[in-house]
Design a binder for this molecule. Sequence first.
Ligand code: SIN
Length: 301
Amino acid sequence: MASLSGEVGGIQMANPVLLAAGILGTTGASLKRAARAGAGGVVTKSVGSIPRDGHRGPTVVQVEGGLLNAMGLPNPSYTNFQEEIDIGREGGAPVVASIFGSGPQEFEEVAEGLDADGFELNLSCPHAERYGAEIGCEACKVEAITRAVKGSVSVPVWVKLTPNVADVIGLGLAAQRGGADAVVAINTLKAMAIDVESGRPILGNRFGGLSGPAIKPVAMRCVFDLASALEIPVIGVGGVASWQDAAEMIMAGAAGVQVGTALGRAEGYGIFRSISEGLSNYLDRKGMALAELKGLARRFS
Ligand code: SIN
């Protein structure tokens, strides 16, 4: 079987298929379960400096082509989260803490308060006032926040970017200037759904973030653009649901892929192993190494 092990964003992993930040990363038990099911690494739900209940419901709705969510960054705060990371680590895969804040100081406080194998800076949630994409769409803030966290921790720092901008490369370059070890592309696309009978927006927050198959081509384009422009690795996320999707993302230039919404499908956690096995079989069939797949599509540009 072709080997899938290697570094993803500065972290050694058994394979490049990771659990994406999201609802399954709220507990140590689910992080551990994803790791034991074959994820090469697991990313927690985003954690901030103070406990938050999140937006009022409904917070998730199924729409054509994926899921629309506006959870509103609910979390128990970093002071109540270390145990979940420790339990997650029992699964045997690196645990990356997704963190958020309103500026460099808050990000730094959260990062310094957690012991994780890496940090993923959420500069991209499309529906939280003062957080996420509200600050992550400004290159100077992305750079300053990345630099602050990088200066305060000794583990790799990834920056999760928003696709809801005209120039995602500009944001990637800002993260790179700030010292990021990798960028993660993409977070959800800002979107909404309306109930036709009542005329009411369905989500309690009106707007939310679209994930799932509908956003895969957007993610692919962002990964391709970023991998062409940056020197640091790009980790692809958005609509990955099969080994073919993962292969496509790696061909666009991704060093690893994250799986989120697809975990809601019937195979559940089994998706990690089926993607890894599919990738490995594909490499065997083609007589290729994983490194040869990376960025393959860029040869045709
Ligand atoms: C949420 O908690 O609202 C989702 C987080 C995100 O989209 O980054």
